[in-house]
Unconditional design. Structure first.
Length: 199
């Protein structure tokens, strides 16, 4: 008779499986996620993962939700630091870039996979919404305190597109490490924020 799983048992196994699945994604891409291989890496039977996840797509959604959550944690922490609105905004920008570089597997899981036509699983949908909010909250603060003018959602999306573009080029090796990357990032932000700055 199968052992009755506690909530902690389920959470622990799901976490371990997500760790293994993240590594598999980095090595092989989404198509390389194989339930049998994931089970073997965890030392369990081929059917065990199905006690915790419906299929491979659900595992990938959980892994991506986890990545979005870690990303949001870092941006929220940066926004919560003491300082003026511009200092907080810059801290969020630094946290974004640091996460993208230090957590490249998570960053690619978040943004390198095309969104399915069907609605995402609730866990992933909530994590994506939270992460998106973290990329806009610092802009809302800047608008509220009179540093920026305009629609915070639009401004946040424009700034996100700019940072993401430079970071993606860097991760692809198209922008050199060090000075070139820092200069391009600073100039991109200077040009974009200048369009919305008051005064």
């Amino acid at each position: 008779m199968p052992r009755i799983l506690t909530d902690d048992d389920v959470a622990d196994f799901r976490e371990r499986l997500c760790e293994v699945a993240t590594r598999a994604f980095v090595e092989k891409g989404p198509a390389g996620l194989n339930m049998r291989e994931l089970a073997a890496a965890l030392g369990v039977s081929a059917m065990t993962p199905y006690r915790y996840f419906k299929d491979k797509e659900e595992i990938l959604a959980a892994v991506r939700a986890r990545a979005f959550g870690r990303f949001a944690d870092q941006l929220e922490k940066a926004l919560g630091q003491p300082g003026t609105p511009p200092e907080k905004s810059r801290a969020v920008g630094r946290a974004y870039v640091r996460f993208a570089i230090e957590e490249q597997a998570c960053y690619r899981l978040m943004f390198d996979i095309s969104k399915p036509r069907l609605a995402p699983l609730p866990e992933l949908f909530a994590a994506e919404r939270r992460a998106r909010a973290t990329m806009t909250d610092h802009v809302r603060l800047m608008v509220k305190e009179g540093y920026f003018k305009g629609d915070p959602e639009l401004i946040g999306s424009v700034l996100w597109a700019g940072v993401h573009g430079v970071v993606t080029l860097y991760l692809a090796g198209a922008v050199a490490d060090g000075g070139e990357f820092e200069t391009m990032l600073a100039e991109t932000m200077r040009a974009l924020t200048g369009a919305y700055r008051v005064g």
